[in-house]
Design a protein around this ligand. Structure first.
Ligand SMILES: NC(=O)c1ccc[n+]([C@@H]2O[C@H](COP(=O)([O-])OP(=O)(O)OC[C@H]3O[C@@H](n4cnc5c(N)ncnc54)[C@H](O)[C@@H]3O)[C@@H](O)[C@H]2O)c1
Length: 217
């Protein structure tokens, strides 16, 4: 089996690549290394340093004809999305459309998308389900929700099979303090430097956390 993993040099993507290789997949990574690192790349994976918005990224999928595409590459910084909604949409919406067109044309069997619980916005509920209202309060949440809608339409119009996973706050090795859900990495970095933690608000707020290996599974 052959897989393309976009964002395979990043935090979650690199763990996914490791597991796919353990399961004997032939893995191709598309990553422009904007936040991903060479050090995260599995030696048995083929790295293509390309932007997901480019024609070259499209061509890689057309040439490789993978069985499955895991799409994790993203502008995943919530604050940056507020500062630069245009860039956020370029990567998360246009980039996803670019890959979807390639998957349609290459007859890829399945498209698996890394979405986010940020699509729900500030929903005040103990337990959130797929049926709950989506009302993003960041451009990041909005661009991911929009990408989800494009995926559904590619399925409706062309039969492209898909799975959308809305992750909570993911933590684990190789996480950087920059991305979504980075509080564990932020605290660990400060701990390493012997610094105290900055608690925002009254400290009573809660988040849901999930370990990166559980996401991969
Ligand atoms: N970390 C979390 O808690 C969390 C929560 C919900 C959803 N997600 C989603 O999971 C996915 C992976 O997140 P992560 O935490 O591993 O982030 P990350 O920043 O470590 O990984 C993203 C990867 O995408 C690459 N990339 C970014 N823009 C690109 C572009 N235009 N072209 C090619 N490559 C590009 C980066 O270089 C990086 O390797 C993202 O789609 C993110 O939105 C993450």
């Amino acid at each position: 089996m052959k897989a393309v993993v976009t964002g395979g040099a990043g935090f979650i993507g690199s763990h996914l690549v490791e597991e796919l290789i353990r399961q004997d997949f032939n893995v191709h990574i598309i990553d422009n290394l904007i936040s991903g690192k060479y050090d995260n790349i599995h030696p048995l994976a083929t790295l293509h340093i390309e932007d997901i918005c480019s024609d070259k990224a499209k061509q890689i999928i057309l040439d490789e004809k993978p069985d499955v595409v895991f799409h994790l590459a993203a502008q995943a910084d919530v604050s940056r999305s507020i500062q630069d909604p245009q860039y956020d949409a370029d990567v998360n919406v246009q980039g996803t459309i670019n890959l979807l067109e390639a998957c349609r044309d290459a007859s890829v069997n399945k498209f698996i998308f890394a979405s986010t619980s940020a699509v729900y916005g500030n929903l005040q509920k103990e337990l959130i389900t797929e049926q709950d209202l989506t009302l993003p309060v960041s451009y990041y949440g909005l661009s991911k929700l929009t990408a989800e809608s494009y995926i559904r339409l590619f399925h409706y119009l062309y039969g492209l099979q898909y799975t959308i996973l809305r992750y909570g706050n993911v933590y684990g090795p190789r996480q950087t303090p920059k991305g979504e859900g980075g509080v564990v990495a932020v605290f660990l970095e400060r701990l390493k430097k012997g610094l105290s933690f900055n608690i925002h608000g009254d400290g009573e707020q809660t988040r849901d956390f999930i370990y990166v290996k559980d996401i991969v599974q």
